[in-house]
Ligand binder design. Structure first.
Ligand code: SF4
Length: 97
């Protein structure tokens, strides 16, 4: 079976707003549009792994347990636009934060 892969990551395809060509090389983070900011995600899935913080040191480690909305095949959130309805504490990263 032949599987055709897009050269662009899913975040690029799902974004409804146009992205400036090679914006990641020319536009400072604080000047990116929300769509460009979201498109920076490379889909590694690390953000969606549960983590533990050691009380005594404050050190944070990844666990092997993923959020229930993470698709383990694609490393993408299955309900990203409405994820906070299901996972209220999912962190929304912004240039400011
Ligand atoms: S809700 Fe979606 S984006 Fe947030 S941690 Fe879970 S899988 Fe990741």
């Amino acid at each position: 079976m032949l599987t055709r892969m897009s050269k662009q990551p899913p975040a690029f395809q799902a974004s409804p707003a146009p992205l400036r060509p090679r914006f990641w090389e020319t536009v400072p983070l604080r000047r990116m549009t929300p769509a460009e900011w979201e498109a920076l995600c490379d889909g590694c899935g690390k953000c969606c792994l549960n983590k533990i913080e050691y009380e005594d040191t404050g050190e944070v480690d990844f666990t092997r347990v993923a959020c229930r909305l993470l698709d383990g095949e694609t490393c993408r959130c299955t309900h990203y636009p409405i994820r906070h309805q299901f996972v209220p504490d999912c962190v929304s990263l912004t240039p400011k934060s």
